[in-house]
Design a protein around this ligand. Structure first.
Ligand code: OAD
Length: 264
C-alpha cells in the first residue's frame, strides 16, 4: 500500500520521531547505498557537484565521463580508470558514521539485506555482514586475457606507483568491479527477481540513475514504506514515501540518537 509522500529539507522533531519509529518497528530493512554514503570519508561521488564525473570531464577528452567505466574504452585506454582507483587506494578511507549506523542496525537484528553500489568496501570495514556488492569490488582483480585472479594487495603497489597492472601473460588486469556493458553478480539478479521480504526500504546517497540497481529499489518502493536520504533531489523522489534532503551522517546521527532514547 502506498503511503503519503513527505518531502523534508532537514528533519524537524516530528519527522525525526516519525522516521525513528518506523525504523524501531522494522525488523526486515532492505537498504540500497550509493556513493553519497562515502563522501564524508573523502571519496568523491559521481554525479554530485565536484563529483568524479566532473573531474573526468575537465581532465580527459572522453566521449562521456561514464566512458571510464566502459569495458571497451578501458581495454583501449585504462589510464583514466586507474587514476581514479589510485586516488581511492591512496586514501585508505575509514567508514563514515552512516556506515557504522547500518552495521549497528544489523547487529540489532533489523536488517534483511544491504545492497551497495559502492566498490570501496567500507560497509565490510564498518562490520556489516549481509552486504551484496552489486557493482563488484576492488578486493580482487582479474587478467582480461588469461583470467588469472589477483588479490587487491597484489595490484595495489603497481597502481600506487603510477602503473597499469599487467599479468605475467601481459594481459591487462581489471579489478572485479562491474563496468557498463558487463553483467552484475548473479546473486544480484536472484534478489532482483525475488526480492527479500522487507518491511522498510532505506535508500541512501544515490541519485538512482543507474540500472538495474535503481530499478530493484524502486520496484520494492512500490509495495514497501521507503525513506530516501540524499543531499540532492533525484528524478524518482515521487516514488518514495519519505524524501529527506540532508547530509547522511547528520541524518544517521539524529535517528541513531532518537532510536537509542526509546529502544524497541
Ligand atoms: P551518484 O554520484 O550518482 O549519486 C550520489 C548522490 O549522493 C548524489 O545525488 C548526491 O546528492 C548524494 N550525496 C553526496 N554526498 C552526500 C552526503 N554527504 N549526504 C547525503 N547525500 C549525499 O552516485 P550513485 O548513485 O552511487 O557505477 O551512482 C551509481 C553508479 O553510477 C555507481 O555505482 C557507478 C556510477 O557510474 C558504475 O561504475 C558501474
Amino acid at each position: 500500500m502506498r503511503c503519503k509522500i513527505f518531502k523534508e529539507q532537514g528533519m524537524d522533531e516530528f519527522t525525526r520521531e516519525r522516521i525513528a519509529r518506523a525504523m524501531r518497528q522494522a525488523t526486515r530493512i532492505v537498504v540500497l547505498t550509493g556513493a553519497g554514503i562515502s563522501t564524508s570519508a573523502g571519496i568523491k561521488d559521481f554525479r554530485g557537484k565536484d563529483g568524479m564525473y566532473e573531474i573526468v570531464r575537465k581532465r580527459y577528452n572522453l566521449p562521456s565521463p561514464e566512458a571510464i567505466f566502459e569495458i571497451n574504452f578501458f581495454m583501449r585506454q585504462p589510464e583514466p580508470f586507474y587514476e581514479m582507483v589510485r586516488s581511492m587506494f591512496a586514501m585508505e578511507a575509514e567508514p563514515t558514521l552512516s556506515h557504522r549506523f547500518l552495521a549497528w542496525l544489523e547487529e540489532q537484528g533489523k536488517m534483511s539485506l544491504l545492497v551497495t553500489q559502492n566498490i570501496d568496501m567500507l560497509h565490510h570495514k564498518a562490520g556489516s555482514k549481509a552486504v551484496l556488492e552489486c557493482h563488484g569490488t576492488l578486493r580482487t582483480a582479474s587478467c582480461l586475457t588469461c583470467g588469472r585472479s589477483f588479490e587487491f594487495a597484489e595490484i595495489r603497489a603497481a597502481v600506487l606507483a603510477g602503473g597499469i597492472p599487467r599479468c605475467e601473460c601481459q594481459g591487462l588486469i581489471k579489478p572485479d568491479i562491474v563496468f557498463f556493458g558487463e553483467s552484475l553478480p548473479a546473486e544480484f539478479y536472484t534478489v532482483h527477481l525475488s526480492p527479500p521480504d522487507a518491511d522498510l526500504l532505506l535508500l541512501m546517497g544515490t541519485s538512482l540513475n543507474v540500472q538495474p540497481a535503481a530499478g530493484f529499489a524502486l520496484n520494492l518502493a512500490a509495495t514497501t514504506e521507503s525513506i530516501l536520504v540524499n543531499r540532492d533531489p533525484t528524478p524518482y523522489d515521487a516514488m518514495v514515501t519519505h524524501v529527506v534532503n540532508m547530509d547522511l551522517d547528520r541524518f544517521c546521527q539524529d535517528i541513531w540518537e532518537e532510536m537509542e532514547k526509546t529502544p524497541s
